[in-house]
Design a protein around this ligand. Sequence first.
Ligand code: FAD
Ligand code: FES
Length: 297
Amino acid sequence: MKTSPPEPCPSSPSRRVEDAVIVSHRQTAANTFRLRVECPGIAASATAGQFVMLRIADRVDPLLGRPLAIYDTYRSVDDDIPHGERSERRFADFVYVVHGRFTTALQSLGPGERMTLWGPLGNGYGNVPTTGHLLLVAGGIGQTALLTLGRDRAVAGEKVTFCWGASSGSAFGDIEDFRRAGLDVHLATLDGSVGARGTVIDLLDGLFPLQSAPGDPSVAAPRHVTCCGPDGMMAAVSRWSEGRGLGCHVSLEAPMACGIGICFTCVARVKDPGGGWDYKRTCIEGPVFAGASIEWA
Ligand SMILES: Cc1cc2nc3c(=O)[nH]c(=O)nc-3n(C[C@H](O)[C@H](O)[C@H](O)COP(=O)(O)OP(=O)(O)OC[C@H]3O[C@@H](n4cnc5c(N)ncnc54)[C@H](O)[C@@H]3O)c2cc1C
Ligand code: FES
């Protein structure tokens, strides 16, 4: 199976428009699918926390691309864990929930069908500090933006705790990916079908009660938090972190039209040092921001 050579994007040499071929596509959880595409340029240059805009090749509906986090990258078509240097990777996986026009159409595609991708896009997790214990918090499909960050940090020797909350256990897919990446995994569901019953904040409160807040070396409290999920959940995790004196980064999932900084559909209100706020583009200045800097709606 062959793809055309990737073309560098004129505005940024690391960004490319790439013709990509689907090599596998399977369901992983309720309404949730995992797509693997051959896209050597993007797979070899992506860093943790970046995303890609995707379109189905040769279709005009939907006309605009949609953003998906790069879940993981692989060297060979049938790898189930990543091997070798990042620069040798040729395949990227995306995990998505069927939601609207794009994801409904995508769901019916199979191996051999073609897509157009542009990326890798966004700032990634370069500003997330190394503190010795990183807490990753996902809500809904937010886990897709956290796997590679968690693995990178665990491989580098940092303790990484991963808390994932969903409405029901049927929403969890491929949890083993996180365990094999070296993360300490904890789950919560609103209906109590899997893991602790309640929200992900209930789970965090149970695991890290206030009295075990930072500064006490006898307890394994996290030192920094990184989070991805629905806005309300990220706002709550950001407040939870502030309440414990922990820094927190969030990866926003704003609707996007271009992904490259032109259309301003993706703006978020970000506080400035003068006490005001300004609009920042989630696709360029984000998607990763300090949680405390966001003016949550
Ligand atoms: C950086 C980034 C990474 C993402 N990664 C993933 C991922 O890995 N997996 C995944 O399943 N989804 C992810 N998303 C969300 C995904 O891009 C949207 O859900 C997308 O709109 C789906 O396209 P669709 O055509 O199926 O739905 P649409 O037809 O675009 O959307 C249907 C409805 O949802 C609204 N909507 C669109 N986008 C959003 C949004 N982000 N939040 C709230 N409402 C929205 C629209 O206004 C519309 O009313 C990501 C978003 C961003 C910005
Ligand atoms: S999606 Fe167009 S500016 Fe961000």
